[in-house]
Design a protein around this ligand. Structure first.
Ligand SMILES: Nc1ncnc2c1ncn2[C@@H]1O[C@H](COP(=O)(O)OP(=O)(O)OP(=O)(O)O)[C@@H](O)[C@H]1O
Length: 245
């Protein structure tokens, strides 16, 4: 059995009277791609933000590589080796790709030449090599996504939290992004991915967990999980009638 990289136990979040995440527990092992799915408002982003340190849990714990990171700030979580991507990439538009990437590196190390080398290597790795001197504001939407992923990799993460990587992408861009995510995993980075596009989740994930109304309702191998009655009910309602099913 491979080593555990993430353990979430009894994680809960209240927003006033609304419990967005309810006593959720799961774990990930090193090198795994875990898909987190569920209908709108299921609590995926809230759980994600608690793991990344952007929201303080109301209850429960988050352990990363054996260290208790519960309620720690995003920069501490990042220093511990957890990076995240945002659905909406917001690079420093008037800075070049390489400078944007070096900002990512400085989150972890202050050594400028090490950060530059790392940034160049990551840019090459993700197909941004020819664009390193381009201002970020002149990149295509897809290259901005690459930049978002590259920026996260420059912090040298062991665990990468990815939020909706293909939202708004064309089918061929989505395919390209799936390949890039696999390449990142093949470098040894574990990946927790929140994604609405089922095709992407099904082809990328080793395992999926399903949230509904803040609860974890199913967990397992992708094809088996998405055909479970409780998962179909969460997505399509009680009297679901799926064409072709
Ligand atoms: N800061 C907040 N204050 C109050 N309620 C919130 C806050 N953030 C989220 N919620 C509520 O918590 C619930 C879970 O939201 P969350 O965004 O985590 O769901 P989600 O599964 O990520 O949804 P989506 O797929 O639409 O992004 C929703 O009812 C949402 O309205």
């Amino acid at each position: 059995m491979s080593e555990e990289i993430l353990r979430v136990e009894g994680l809960s979040k209240w927003f006033g009277g609304l419990q967005a995440v309810k006593d959720v527990s799961f774990s990930m092992h090193r090198g795994e791609i875990l898909g987190l799915i569920g209908p709108n408002g299921a609590g995926k982003t809230t759980a994600f933000n608690m793991i990344a340190g952007f929201l303080k849990p109301s209850a429960g714990s988050v352990h990363f590589a054996g260290r208790d990171m519960t309620g720690r700030k995003p920069w501490d979580v990042c220093k511990a080796g957890v990076a995240r991507t945002f659905q909406l990439s917001k690079p420093f538009g008037d800075m070049t790709v390489i400078d944007n990437l070096m900002v990512g590196g400085f989150a972890r190390h202050t050594d400028r030449s090490r950060n530059r080398d790392r940034a160049l290597e990551v840019a090459d790795f993700l197909g941004l090599g020819p664009l390193v001197e381009t201002e970020a504001q002149n990149l295509t939407a897809f290259d901005r996504r690459r930049l978002e992923l590259a920026r996260a990799l420059c912090t040298e993460p062991e665990l990468l939290l990815m939020d909706e990587v293909v939202a708004g992408a064309t089918p061929s861009e989505a395919e390209e992004m799936v390949k890039l995510v696999r390449k990142v995993r093949d470098r040894g980075v574990s990946i927790l991915i929140v994604e609405h596009v089922m095709k992407v989740i099904m082809s990328l994930s080793d395992r999926v967990i399903v949230f509904d109304h803040g609860e974890l309702i199913a967990e397992g191998e992708p094809a088996a999980v998405v055909s479970r009655p409780e998962v179909l009910k969460a997505y399509f309602g009680e009297n679901h009638d799926i064409p072709g099913a």
